[in-house]
Design a protein around this ligand. Structure first.
Ligand code: MN
Ligand code: MN
Length: 306
């Protein structure tokens, strides 16, 4: 069996792209493929699966030695099972920068394209066969694009992502922006998550200078509901750093999807220093608003410096 999965802290693209590609492999290549996730789903992804009537992928508890694997929506071994280099990686489909570190036993089929979303890459890989996608698989594909592009607000959006999404919405006879609003409302309801849960919900480890950061992002239409929990989040960050030996500090960005800005928590000297150096601002309190910043991939990570 082929195990198809995306990154830890799964988002809608990592989860639904795994489902899309497992469907494609089963339907069009005769393979026996199954989608998995590497962690708890966020509330947006749960909404999407429920909306299209698709069962959530099973949690991959352990990756069997020599398992056949297709990796989607990442190429970063830090975001994958610890023994990924012992697995038989058959294929990687991704849209992130190449970080290195993955090693494969044999030749591997890699498709990485500078598009906003893994599902758009899959749409193109399918070619004519994309028209054979059942309603729910096309719905998942549309959801991935809307999620990763924040409904075309993110600067990662390309005209091609938008074109594919609009065509899918037309085929599905769905009002694209009304549907996106529902997705983002679902994502914004984070009441079920603990403060620690909020930090790791959408988080990537990233080195800046000689410091190891977690760069956590929370995309929401109601930033005030997250900022109300600021003290608890800062306390949870201290606990997390004490627990995770390979993390020195957490940068926590609350992305206001509708108003296209981010609020970053500047709760100590190091976070203040990084935010000032990276974004050319003078921090005067324990939060800093960064107008226009919505994309970790395109605007936050490339800017980070000490
Ligand atoms: Mn992702
Ligand atoms: Mn993605």
């Amino acid at each position: 069996m082929i195990n198809v999965f995306g990154h830890k802290s799964p988002d809608t693209d990592a989860t639904c792209s795994a489902l899309i590609w497992a469907w494609y492999l089963n339907e069009h290549t005769g393979a026996d493929a199954q989608a998995f996730v590497l962690g708890e789903l966020n509330t947006e992804t749960k909404f999407v699966l429920n909306h299209w009537g698709v069962t959530a992928p099973a949690l991959l508890e352990t990756l069997a030695e020599d398992a056949q694997v297709v990796i989607v929506d990442t190429n970063n071994p830090q975001e994958l099972p610890a023994n990924i280099n012992e697995a038989q990686v058959l294929q990687i489909i991704d849209h992130h920068k190449l970080v290195g570190g993955l090693e494969t036993a044999g030749p591997v089929d890699i498709t990485m394209r500078p598009l906003a979303c893994t599902a758009t890459v899959m749409h193109d890989l399918m070619g004519e066969k994309a028209t054979t996608m059942p309603h729910e698989i096309a719905g998942l594909m549309l959801s991935c694009i809307l999620s990763d592009t924040l409904a075309f607000r993110s600067p990662t959006t390309t005209p091609h992502d938008k074109d594919v999404a609009e065509k899918l919405a037309a085929t599905l006879e769905i009002d694209l922006s009304a549907y996106a609003d529902k997705m983002f409302a679902a994502k914004s309801d984070v009441s079920e998550f603990s403060d620690k849960g909020l930090i790791t919900l959408d988080s990537k480890k990233y080195d800046v200078g000689d410091k190891n950061f977690r760069v956590s992002v929370l995309e929401t239409t109601t930033p005030e509901t997250v900022l109300e929990r600021k003290d608890g989040i800062v306390a949870a960050i201290a606990d997390l750093i004490a627990e995770e030996k390979d993390v020195d500090e957490v940068l926590f960005f609350i992305v206001d999807i509708l108003n296209e800005k981010a609020t970053v928590l500047t709760y100590n000297d190091l976070t203040t220093q990084v935010v000032e150096a990276s974004f050319g601002v003078t921090v005067e309190s324990d939060t800093e608003v960064l107008p226009g910043i919505v994309s970790r991939k395109k605007q936050i990570l490339p800017a980070l410096k000490m």
